[in-house]
Design a protein around this ligand. Structure first.
Ligand code: FAD
Length: 431
């Protein structure tokens, strides 16, 4: 039976970051991945944030397979054929140190794993970890894989298996996610010539845009849709809370087709050809749903630990950061020959000092805010487009009457008291 210091389950950004960090700290490390290669099974919108990634591979943008630096972030509220948009654009984001890039995970994860391999991480692919191995006293001593004679011994196991978290569940470090704590996401990669992309999104060469779509984009269900520009393709997707999908008996594929027919979206993707169709879950439970993140000899990172900030569309950066911290804590514990639960708890303390748990704590009530107030995703986008229509329509109605008209429109849809309550709820959850 082969013996390792650190065994990592899963080669997503969290697992690769953990493996690479452990090796850099002198640990004999293996990363086990069920896919054909790292990234082959991975799905993301996908915006990769620069700062967290550069902590792992400084100036990665000089060699990584990236699509476009994100230079503009836009939001559009849809209702029927209408939309209201807002956004922010900065040419500063087109240059180092950048802010974010669009990526295709199959390419990016594979590249990141090659970097880790070059530094000494052993990757075993096409291998499913089935369970942890325990000593008689309950101490974790390795993993059991689906291969014949596939047991591996390790001093610390890092669980980076993503949202399904089967091993973490077996180890009592995760519970079954309720339908209100998980979003179902589907995504298409639509190929389109780069000139068309630049033309339609008003980009120069070497610039990229993200567009988040709310309201009718998800047929009013709690969720969002997105379009991100790649070099010569678009990533188009939609994600809704599973509880809403069940309640409305919605089919994610139908939702995507419906989205593609919306005029704003239709014009952006026109003439494109769907190259890939992908589906995945996103853990959206937030801070209150974070499971126990450690036990003797085990650390839980990335999506397995529910480290996703849905409000800011951040997941990969939390995954990488938690992977780096886990790699460091595992190496420190092994060096001091203490992998007890107490020693492992340093991982959670360190995450509490970082943006990872600080941000999730700040938004600890947001998951419940949206789940309990689905009208935010239906009524307000409708209100916004109706008011905008009235405001921008030039007719012979005096502006003073128009103002009254717009106010009446708003209060007919939702009473003043209900609006005030909504604002208070938003302030309390996000302020
Ligand atoms: P994953 O990337 O899921 O990796 C887990 C790995 O473990 C996989 O390779 C899997 O094959 C492997 N594995 C699982 N079980 C086993 C096992 N038993 N044995 C061996 N291997 C196993 N985040 C952003 O930052 N920006 C975005 O724009 C964004 N958009 C998103 C859009 C969608 C549609 C989705 C689904 C997610 C999005 N996210 C985004 C979130 C982001 O993708 C995740 O937070 C991030 O991928 C988590 O990384 P991870 O390494 O924890 O898990």
């Amino acid at each position: 039976m082969e013996d390792f210091d650190v065994i990592v389950v899963g080669a997503g950004p969290a697992g690769i970051a953990a493996g690479l960090t452990a090796v850099r700290n002198g640990m004999k490390t293996v990363v086990i991945e069920r896919g054909e290669f790292p990234g082959s099974k991975n799905v993301m919108g996908g915006v990769l944030y620069t700062q967290a990634t550069a902590k792992l591979v400084p100036e990665f943008w000089k060699e990584a397979p990236l699509e476009r630096p994100v230079t503009e972030q836009r939001y559009a509220f849809l209702h029927g054929e209408d939309s209201v948009s807002a956004g922010y654009r900065s040419p500063r984001w087109a240059e180092p140190p950048y802010n974010a890039h669009t990526v295709l995970r199959a390419k990016f994860d594979r590249w990141l794993a090659k970097k880790a391999e070059a530094e000494g991480v052993l990757f075993i692919t096409e291998t499913v970890v089935e369970d942890l191995l325990y000593k008689n006293d309950g101490a974790v001593i390795g993993v059991r894989t689906g291969r014949a004679e596939g047991d591996l011994l390790g001093k610390v196991v890092i669980l980076a298996e993503g949202v399904n978290a089967l091993i973490a569940k077996k180890a009592g470090l995760h519970t079954q996610l309720g339908p209100e704590h998980v979003a179902v996401a589907v995504k298409e990669i639509i190929s389109l010539p780069r000139e068309k992309i630049e033309d339609r999104f008003q980009l120069e060469q070497g610039e990229g845009a993200t567009l988040e779509l709310l309201g009718d984009a998800t047929a009013g269900m709690v969720g969002t849709a997105f379009i991100y520009t790649n070099q010569d393709s678009l990533s188009l997707g939609i994600g809704c809370l599973l509880s809403e999908v069940v309640k409305f008996k919605a089919n994610p594929n139908d939702l995507l087709e419906r989205l593609k027919a919306q005029p704003l979206v239709r014009k952006l993707i026109q003439g494109g050809e769907t190259k890939e169709y992908l589906g995945h879950l996103i853990p959206e439970g937030g801070y209150k749903a974070i499971p126990k993140m450690y036990r003797q000899g085990v650390l839980v990172v990335g999506d397995t630990a529910m480290l996703v900030n849905g409000l800011h569309r951040e997941g990969s950066n939390l995954a990488i950061t938690s992977g780096i911290v886990a790699g460091e804590v595992a190496a420190g514990a092994i060096k001091s020959t203490d992998v007890s639960e107490q020693a492992m708890s340093l991982y959670q303390s360190r995450l509490k000092e970082s943006f990872v748990l600080k941000d999730l704590y700040k938004y600890r009530n947001s998951a419940y805010l949206f789940e309990e107030n689905p009208h935010f995703f239906k009524q307000y986008p409708e209100m916004l487009t109706k008011v905008a229509h009235e405001f921008f329509t030039v007719d012979s109605v005096p502006k003073v009457d128009k103002q009254k008209l717009m106010w009446n429109m708003v209060t007919e849809m939702r009473s003043k008291g209900a609006i005030a309550k909504d604002l208070w709820k938003i302030w309390r959850a996000l302020g």
